[in-house]
Design a protein around this ligand. Structure first.
Ligand code: FAD
Length: 422
């Protein structure tokens, strides 16, 4: 099936929704493509069906009135030539033609390997939240939350509401940096109130800074986690360990389109334009700054792509403020050196292809390791181990080859693009 639009946006999270509204309200033919069946991306997952967050409702309703088309359950897998995206839908392949493209592909959790991290019951906090929102029974389960970043505070409240018993929260960043970050929130009172509210909903749950997991143990599932503050270690019994070390941007599609990166994020100019002509980027692929930052970047990209630079101009001050918040987030939750040595020689780094840390260490970079050990060649296509290898071994991501997501042979052959033979 063929689609053709003036402006195509990949990603229906806050950045994509805001971009779609800004562009479509000017009368352009706009489509938003998302691989999920819902509007709202990661943070507003479930809001379409069961509204509870006013900000999410506001944007979902505005999107519905905007005249933009939603192509849901549609996963963009390749871009064989300028102006064309190839996508997979449960009913078959899609070709999507664009004149201007806005990439709002979001981020995913960063997992760092440590002994026991592949045990059943060890998951990311965001992943656990998604499972629970989709009905996974967490009632009565003892949950330890560990790793780094605001998700460690954002997720446990929801788990508790579903009956989980939160044992402790272990944040790897030192208390001094987290406290400074908290003070900086005075510039964003909404965020400060949100943070305080979250903590109040978790009475009696210890939130320890400067603490990180060193191993998880169990049998058919995780039974305990050993934590350290660098001086002493202790063990918490648990049924679930929700452990993630922040977020990493989804830059595979921007890379496949030839967009330049800067420090691992998509480089953009004042108007959110990338290094590729007529291609814009907004939200987490340009930096991890949260939903409000994604919204304002999305609006700027939508206005710029539809030629409304005067309207985009009016938002630059707001964006600068959220970029200061983004920078303080990165500084506060920067990962400590000790995390690089958590993996033992026999710890799996690539869990899809069973490649251990010892097997990966001798290689010079991602390409060598991939060719000789098969790391990154499994179903996740290096989305988990590639990001881990960047932290552990300093390996930079290399070129991306299509399809960027596993795709059916039927899709590849049916499109007759030659992608299937690569
Ligand atoms: C698992 C997880 C849980 C989170 N939970 C919270 C939370 O509880 N509270 C909070 O404040 N923040 C949370 N965040 C952070 C929050 O999601 C972001 O700050 C914010 O939503 C960023 O918005 P965005 O529009 O940039 O990206 P996202 O909201 O991530 O939206 C990106 C969208 O693009 C889609 N997409 C990506 N690639 C493709 C492709 N190739 N084809 C089609 N579609 C594609 C994705 O499915 C997704 O729907 C979470 C993040 C993650 C990863």
């Amino acid at each position: 099936m063929n689609h053709s639009f003036d402006i195509v946006i990949v990603g229906a999270g806050p950045a994509g929704l805001a971009a779609a509204c800004a562009a479509a309200e000017s009368g352009r033919r706009v489509a938003v493509v998302d691989d999920t069946p819902w509007l709202g991306g990661q943070i507003w997952r479930g809001q379409q069906a069961r509204p509870s967050i006013p900000q999410a409702q506001k944007w979902i309703e505005r999107f519905r009135r905007s005249g933009a088309t939603l192509l849901d359950r549609t996963s963009v897998i390749a871009s064989p030539k300028k102006g064309l995206l190839l996508a997979e839908h449960p009913d078959g392949p899609r070709e999507i033609h664009w004149q201007h493209l806005i990439l709002a592909t979001g981020a995913r959790e960063l997992f760092l390997p440590f002994p026991g991290w592949t045990l059943p019951g060890v998951t990311g906090p965001g992943g656990l939240q998604a499972l629970v929102k989709n009905g996974w029974p967490v009632s009565g389960q003892r949950v330890v939350v560990a790793g780094s970043g605001p998700l460690l505070l954002a997720v446990p409240g929801g788990l508790k509401k579903h009956g989980a018993k939160i044992i402790s929260i272990a944040e790897q960043a030192p208390w001094s940096r987290v406290a400074n970050f908290g003070l900086g929130l005075l510039a964003h009172p909404g965020k400060l109130l949100q943070g305080a509210g979250i903590k109040l909903r978790l009475p009696g749950v210890p939130y320890r800074c400067g603490v990180w997991p060193v191993k998880a143990e169990g049998d058919s599932q995780v039974r305990s986690v050993t934590l350290t503050d660098g001086r002493r270690t202790w063990t918490n019994d648990c049924d679930v360990l929700a452990c993630g070390f922040g977020l990493v941007p989804n830059v595979e599609l921007p890379l496949a389109l030839g967009c330049e990166l800067l420090d691992g994020f998509v480089w953009v100019d004042t108007w959110q334009a990338t290094s590729e002509q007529h291609v814009y980027c907004a939200g987490e692929p340009t930096g991890i700054g949260g939903a409000d930052c994604a919204l304002v970047e999305g609006r700027i990209a939508g206005y710029a792509a539809s030629g409304q630079l005067d309207r985009a101009q009016g938002l630059l001050g707001q964006r600068a403020s959220w970029h200061r918040f983004r920078a303080s987030l990165a500084k506060a939750f920067a990962l400590r050196e000790e995390l690089k040595s958590l993996a033992a020689d026999d710890t799996l780094v690539c869990r899809c292809e069973d490649v251990t840390f010892e097997r990966m260490k001798p290689f010079n970079g991602w390409r060598d390791a991939k060719l000789q050990s098969r790391c990154g060649m499994g179903p996740c296509q290096g989305r988990v181990c590639g990001a881990a290898a960047r932290v552990l071994l300093g390996w930079q991501p290399e070129s991306v080859r299509p399809p960027i997501f596993p795709a059916s042979v039927g899709t590849l052959v049916g499109m007759g693009t030659g992608t299937a033979s690569k």
